[in-house]
Write a protein of this length. Structure first.
Length: 286
């Protein structure tokens, strides 16, 4: 039986990063993510559901939505499977957070605060080089000079992280190692190095969950495992359909070869059609 919660579940992820009582964990992770760039000292959790601005507009729901003491906003998500238009969805979320900063009246001067999207992905991002971290910023195409720092995407591709505990060099890598392996760990590593991991150990210990929390977590685990089974079935079905299609193509090519040979031998179209199942027009093209 697992000792620690699974962070890939909705309940597990929010217990680690989405609680007021443990917000220092999220602050520590964000500082390690943006080391030498920012030093966040406090965050305020915002309502995950952003109400539509006008009738018919789509509401937006994030996993974790917070703002720093300087007004910068962070959207943090955990995604377990690839979604249609995943990158466009991320762009929509962040753009929505930017546009909602607009104020009515002549005094507003477009003094926007930066919006960051941090997307944990328990899958590989398609059509992109497979690496742990992909940072997307607004920059000049030729000079690569930054155009604006108000919009930034950070995609964290967890399957691309393969380091063992002793190979982790940075605190960011230590965070990723713990998150990726948490459900299989018997002890929390790195506690002697960073006290935040000692607090993390207490928070994610399944034995420390209340009865109500345990019920919610068990249901979250069920949803997560059902999702894995569904994905595995879809992948197996896709492989089977691909194999069947390949076999069908192979048989069709074999029939054309046989038909061509029979045609060159002078056999009638009726006889070739009977043997191969090809139509007269298909035979005529050979």
């Amino acid at each position: 039986m697992a000792k620690f919660i699974n962070p890939f579940t909705d309940v597990g992820f929010k217990k680690i990063f989405g609680q007021e009582v443990s917000k220092d964990l999220l602050i520590d992770f964000l500082n390690d993510l943006l080391v030498d760039e920012k030093s966040i000292t406090d965050i305020t959790f915002l309502d995950k559901e952003v109400l539509p601005e006008y009738m018919g507009d789509r509401g937006v729901i994030y996993d974790i939505y917070c703002t720093t003491e300087s007004g910068e906003q962070f959207i943090v998500e955990m995604q377990n499977r690839q979604q249609v238009n995943f990158r466009e969805r991320a762009l929509y979320y962040l753009s929505h957070a930017v546009s909602r900063q607009g104020e009515k009246g002549a005094d507003w001067r477009f003094n926007l605060k930066a919006v960051y999207g941090v997307f944990f992905m328990n899958f590989r991002l398609e059509d992109m080089p497979h690496k742990l971290r992909t940072d997307i910023v607004l920059s000049d195409r030729d000079t690569h000079e930054q155009f604006s720092d108000k919009l930034r995407f950070i995609f964290i591709e967890l399957p691309s992280f393969t380091k063992e505990e002793e190979e982790c060099v940075t605190d960011f890598e230590r965070w990723i190692y713990v998150l990726k392996n948490m459900e299989t760990l018997n002890r929390m590593p790195f506690k002697a190095r960073k006290s935040v991991f000692e607090k993390l150990e207490k928070i994610v210990d399944i034995a420390s969950l209340s009865k109500e929390e345990r019920m919610k977590y068990d249901e979250s685990i069920k949803v997560y495992r059902d999702s894995l089974v569904t994905m595995e079935f879809a992948e197996q079905k896709g492989r089977a359909e691909g194999l069947a299609e390949g076999m069908a193509k192979g048989k069709a090519e074999e029939r054309r070869i046989i038909a061509g040979q029979l045609k060159r031998m002078g056999m009638s179209f009726d006889a070739i059609r009977e043997v191969t199942g090809l139509s007269d027009s298909e035979i005529d093209k050979l």
